[in-house]
Design a binder for this molecule. Structure first.
Ligand SMILES: [Zn+2]
Length: 362
């Protein structure tokens, strides 16, 4: 399984200047190659190499491998849409392969610049532990002008563990009010995220009305902050769920995504919109890869009636779900938190599915 790890580079001011010049030159070269590709209507790497390789190296001072990477970047972009000439921003990502990038120490990277190789340290967060040893040497150099900072997106090989043989499942109900509720009764609240989202929507509406350049810039900055916050939360939630399942020798059961959408039509327009969002897709994908890495079996079950079936007696009735959070069985009278009740049903449903019958797609 391939994963991408984002680390922040800590170059000296001189190295920073060298990286920036390399990145800008690389993208200028890409634009020059793109002009030729478009004029000649050539998208293949080999054709382009024949046409531009020597000129590009001479004009921009790129190393042989950098020129190859630039040609291949243009070729990929132009192949996507041959009707237009691809354009590259001055700080668009630069691809580094093992010939121009290596890791001489666990926390150091060596990158080829126009002024030769530069070795610099990088910082990585708590998610990166252990992953860096599996770096393949394939990286993207990224530059955020707003923070004047370089990042490296490192491709790592993440070996999947053999899946644990389990007969029981931790049921997880994914929602808006509670991001995740488990069949053990653990609630992971999404209250804070919801507030952040609402605040951001109001803020955006206001700024869009203004429509000025500074308003747009502010909007972009704020949008990045919100994304990072949601990402952090999704990392924490998925990590906790996987650890919980692993520790208790269980698999994890969640609802089939299409089913969640179906059920959301009952929950109202606002929730439906939220369920379609990237934040949900991200949580699912984090859960999926973390489970695979830990060897925890993850299955998606048919979500029909999970929220209106009583987990105590099995009676199914829409009227049992009194409110967003309250479930009172119209048959046996049991009172439960609605999301916990749903999570228990989800967990049970997975336990009756034969192994591998419903592996999670994507
Ligand atoms: Zn009941």
């Amino acid at each position: 399984m391939k994963q991408t790890l984002l680390v922040k580079l800590a170059p000296t001011p001189e190295q920073h200047a060298k990286l920036l010049r390399t990145l800008e030159t690389f993208n200028a070269a890409c634009n020059a190659i793109a002009a030729v590709a478009f004029a000649e209507q050539r998208a293949s790497k080999f054709d382009l190499q024949k046409l531009v390789y020597y000129d590009i190296r001479e004009q921009f001072g790129l190393s042989s491998q950098m020129a190859i990477r630039a040609i291949s970047k243009v070729s990929e972009a132009y192949k996507r849409d041959k009707a237009i000439q691809p354009r590259f921003r001055p700080h668009s990502a630069m691809v580094y392969d093992p010939r121009i990038c290596s890791f001489p120490a666990p926390d150091r990277v060596s990158l080829l610049t126009l002024d030769g190789r530069e070795v610099m340290p990088f910082r990585f967060g708590r998610y990166a532990e252990g992953m860096l040893q599996r770096a393949r040497g394939q990286c993207d150099l990224l530059y955020r002008a707003s923070r004047n900072t370089f990042f490296l997106a490192i491709t790592v090989d993440a070996p999947e563990s053999a899946l644990d043989d389990v007969s029981e499942f931790l049921g997880v109900d994914l929602g808006i009010v509670n991001i995740a509720t488990t069949s053990d009764g653990e609630l992971v609240s999404g209250g804070h995220i919801k507030n952040v989202r609402a605040r951001y929507s109001r803020f955006r509406a206001k700024l869009q009305k203004q429509g000025t350049k500074s308003a747009r810039r502010l909007l972009k900055k704020r949008s990045g902050r919100k994304k990072r916050f949601v990402r952090d939360t999704n990392h924490c939630v998925s990590k906790r769920l996987v650890a919980r399942a692993k520790d208790t020798a269980r698999g994890i059961a969640i609802e089939d995504l299409n089913g969640i959408r179906e059920r959301a039509t009952v929950r109202g327009k606002r929730q439906r919109r939220a369920l379609h969002s990237w934040a949900f897709a991200q949580l699912r994908s984090f859960l999926s890869y973390k489970a695979a890495l830990a060897g925890v079996r993850l299955v998606a079950v048919d979500p029909r009636d999970t929220s209106r079936t009583c987990s105590a007696c099995g009676h199914c009735d829409q009227a049992s779900r009194k409110t967003q959070s309250r479930f009172v069985c119209t048959s046996c009278g049991v009172v439960a938190h609605a999301d916990v009740n749903a999570a228990v049903n989800i967990g049970r449903r997975a336990a009756v599915i034969p192994p591998n019958a419903a592996p999670l797609a994507g």
